[in-house]
Design a protein around this ligand. Structure first.
Ligand code: PHE
Length: 339
């Protein structure tokens, strides 16, 4: 009797398990057969009616069968797991040539403006150049007409490095690198990081960004420079902003100018960002000094050019009405999430 029951259980178990293709169905079967109120428990109860001899034999048989069932269930569970993974892999796909897309977070406001500047200049046929942040004294100063002991060095409190190099205090060394690498006509911009050993306040940072721009060709004049600067301002702000050009001095340009905007935070009334002047000094610019052209092997009798360099932080602050430069590096999500 018992043996037949066990045989019948085996048959029905094998039939059922071979049809199972889902994890929860397998679990149901396990509980129905091996669980506390399952079929094995019922069989064990029947054993009490058996003689001692038979009980031993049947007991062993039940144990063996039980072990077989457990092994079969474990095997099936593994098969189902593997099938599930295979199905997932088949349904998922990835295109490794797809550009990386930000899945969360937002684009930093400085990156937005940098990208806008790059797009504007690409649309005007400029190249985008890059240069080292750890720069040589020659490119940052000497080649730009700023010899040692020149007072202009004092205006840019430079971080000097132990290896004799420096953290570039301006993007202007890329003017030299660009002019040495290319032959006129030359048209490029270089947005990048710059460093100055300055006390930090609402409008000064020791690490900031500039965008340098340079054009060298035959017949380049100040009017080309002014046109280009107007393009920058109107494209970043998307509207007319009052600007003014003041004569200024930079050893690597002649004549040199500074371009100011009407402060967009206080609309010219005076605030902490514009130091109560109503104007934001935006960038330095001018016609490339003949000596600088010569330093780069360009004949100033044939070619002329203009150069400009301005802070990306200030532009971004004006664009979005940000009143403190320290927000950019503070990592405060409440600030960053607004962009
Ligand atoms: N490099 C200068 C600065 O950081 C700006 C400048 C660039 C001036 C190009 C003239 C021409 O102050």
């Amino acid at each position: 009797m018992m043996k037949e029951k066990i045989e019948a259980l085996k048959e029905s178990f094998n039939a059922k398990i071979s049809e199972i293709n889902k994890k929860d169905a397998l679990e149901q079967l396990r509980v129905a057969v091996l669980g506390k109120k399952g079929e094995f428990t019922a069989l064990m109860k029947d054993m009490k009616d058996l003689q001692a001899e038979a009980r031993k034999e049947i007991g062993q048989l039940i144990n063996n069968v039980k072990n077989d069932f457990e092994a079969a269930i474990a095997k099936k569970a593994k098969e189902l797991e593997e099938a599930e993974i295979n199905a997932k892999v088949e349904n998922e796909w990835s295109d490794i040539s797809w550009p990386e897309t930000p899945v969360q977070g937002s684009i930093h406001p400085l990156s937005i403006v940098r990208k806008e500047l790059e797009d504007l200049f690409i649309s005007m046929g400029f190249d985008i150049l890059d240069g080292p942040e750890m720069e040589e004294e020659y490119y940052n100063f000497n080649a730009l007409n700023i010899p040692e002991d020149h007072p202009a060095r004092d205006s840019q409190d430079t971080f000097w490095l132990k290896n004799g190099k420096l953290l570039r205090s301006q993007t202007s060394p890329v003017q030299i690198r660009g002019m040495l690498a290319k032959k006129p006509p030359i048209k490029f911009v270089c947005p990048g990081k710059t460093y100055r050993n300055e006390a930090v306040d609402a409008s000064h940072e020791h690490s900031f960004h500039q965008c340098e721009g340079l054009v060298v060709d035959k017949g380049i004049t100040v009017s080309h420079l002014i046109f280009t600067l107007k393009q920058i301002v109107s494209s970043i702000f998307g509207e007319d902003v009052e600007i003014r050009l003041r004569p200024s001095f930079f050893p690597f340009v002649e004549p040199g100018f500074e371009l100011d905007f009407k402060c967009r935070i206080c609309k010219g009334k005076g605030c902490s960002v514009c130091k109560q002047t109503g104007w934001i000094e935006y960038l330095g610019c001018g016609m490339i000094h003949p000596q600088v052209l010569k330093n780069c092997g360009i004949d100033p009798e044939i070619y002329s050019g203009f150069a400009f360099g301005g802070g990306i932080e200030r532009l971004t602050m004006m664009k979005y009405g940000i009143d403190d430069i320290r927000h950019f590096h503070a990592g405060d999500l409440r600030f960053l999430k607004q962009f």
